[in-house]
Design a protein around this ligand. Structure first.
Ligand code: PMP
Length: 456
């Protein structure tokens, strides 16, 4: 399929009207707004990977609603599922009551989960954000174990409500013990690879076993199989298995946050499948709602000892999200989109590695499936004893702007906001992948050129 270049459509909202919308947004909306700052566009239509702005320009969307849109925007199977519920006269909001729509969603979700896990699983429908499902998971393991402490990792992101935020790398919570997440490029032990991951695992083990380590047996360990917001950092399979062994041997429930990695994104339906790890708890959101808000916790039945109402919430019965989600899960499964993500993602990584060879400002290219990150660095600013150059957040922001100018929407992430992130829909075609990478390469060259011109 040919990729449409940014172009003006006849239906465009007049330039003045668009500027008015953006101006009113900046006047009326919160200072805490996020994506709206770096992506000053006014989307009015979208299909697949393409978003059309009010000005008629078209963009290739590699943000995908922060990794939500497994099938891209407005996929026909999603629209059909939503229309079917609306046309059926079914209630759209039912708290946590049973409905045929919910029953079908749960059946489809359980069919996708690792069988051994699904066979003994319970599901809790949560408030519709990933962060609420994280809260539920933490409450669940604290209730089940009677303990309070939590093991979480550097660079983690689990959400913005108090408990989830406390488990995230940018925050402090006295109940959370922070452990090193394995990273090749900026390995805290300076060695990277399997050895770096091994040292992190040893630290974890030693800390838990040291009677004077200051870490009494915690209620759980929470981890992302591939850190997303932390800068697209995949956990090695052996390390994942090691974390499973460490937690299992000590009776510590393992909570795997698959909010971003789930539904085929990383090349397997669930990211844990790759390492074969069977978690005690899985936190799921984003793509499971097929672009509408939905979040659940799925866990081993033995943990199901909390009381009725232990994690309540008004909006736990979004029927449209369940229908859209069931359609998405089925489409990803039937069309083997996880395999497609693995193949196409590997090809994109290869091409980006080629680009890195010609651009010293690319420090690292990494990812798994269609969850890809390009870390930008400043080689000129490197100190003699630094193992790798420092991150270049200003260049990353310039690349993001240059991408937008070329009709490509990308996100920034990583500890220093210096990682350009690509999260395209899993329906991405080869031609679209090429167009994304062409625009990215062009944007990088332009941003580098501007940085050179602007330097003293
Ligand atoms: N966990 C992970 C791994 C995430 O990536 C996110 C969102 N980026 C969350 C939890 C929180 O989800 P939400 O923004 O829907 O609260």
């Amino acid at each position: 399929m040919a990729v449409t270049e940014p172009a003006s459509a006849p239906s465009a909202v007049p330039e003045e009207a668009q500027r008015g919308i953006l101006r009113r947004q900046s006047l009326r909306e919160s200072a805490a707004r996020t994506y709206a700052r770096s992506l000053p566009i006014v989307p009015v239509r979208a299909r697949g990977i393409t978003i059309e702005g009010a000005d008629g320009r078209r963009y290739l969307d590699c943000l995908s609603g922060a990794g939500t849109l497994a099938l891209g925007h407005n996929h026909p199977v999603v629209l059909e599922a939503v229309r079917k519920v609306i046309d059926s006269g079914a209630p759209l909001h039912v708290l946590d009551l049973a409905t045929p729509v919910k029953d079908a969603f749960t059946t489809e979700l359980f069919a996708t989960l690792p069988q051994e896990f699904a066979d003994d699983a319970r599901i809790q429908f949560c408030g519709p954000a990933g962060t609420d499902a994280v809260e539920a998971a933490l409450k669940l393991v604290r209730t089940a174990t009677g303990r309070q402490g939590l093991l979480a990792f550097t660079g983690a992101y689990h959400g913005m409500t108090a408990g989830a935020l406390g488990a995230s790398g940018g925050a402090t919570d006295v109940r959370v013990t922070r452990l090193p997440f394995p990273q090749d490029y900026r390995c805290p032990f300076g060695v990277g690879g399997d050895r770096g991951a091994e040292l992190g695992a040893r630290w974890t083990e030693a800390l838990l076993d040291d009677p004077k380590g200051g870490v009494p047996t915690p209620a759980g360990m929470i981890l992302e199989p591939v850190q997303g917001e932390g800068g697209v950092i995949p956990a090695p399979d052996a390390w994942m298995r090691r974390m499973r062994r460490i937690t299992e041997e000590r009776g510590i429930p393992l909570v795997v946050d698959e909010v971003q990695t789930g539904v085929g994104r990383t090349g397997t339906f669930w990211a844990v499948e790759r390492s074969g790890v069977r978690p005690d708890v899985m936190v799921l959101s984003k793509a499971i709602g097929g672009s509408l808000p939905l979040a659940v916790v799925v866990y081993r039945s033995a943990l199901d000892v909390w009381q009725p109402g232990a994690h309540a919430g008004t909006f736990r019965g979004n029927q449209l999200a369940m229908a859209a989600g069931a359609a998405t899960l089925a489409f990803v499964r039937e069309n083997r989109l996880a395999d497609h993500a693995a193949t196409l993602g590997a090809r994109m990584l290869g091409r980006l590695q080629g680009l890195a060879a010609a651009h010293p400002s690319i420090g690292d290219v990494r990812g798994r499936g269609l969850m890809i990150g390009v870390e930008l660095v400043d080689p000129a600013d490197s100190t003699p004893d630094a193992l790798v150059p420092p991150p270049a957040p200003a260049l990353a922001a310039a690349v993001q702007r240059a991408c937008l100018d070329r009709g490509l929407i990308v996100e920034l992430g990583g500890r220093h906001s210096a990682v350009v992130r690509l999260l395209p829909p899993l329906t991405l075609t080869d031609d679209q992948a090429e167009a994304v990478l062409d625009r990215f390469a062009d944007a990088l060259a332009a941003a580098e050129g501007a940085a050179v011109q602007g330097s003293p």
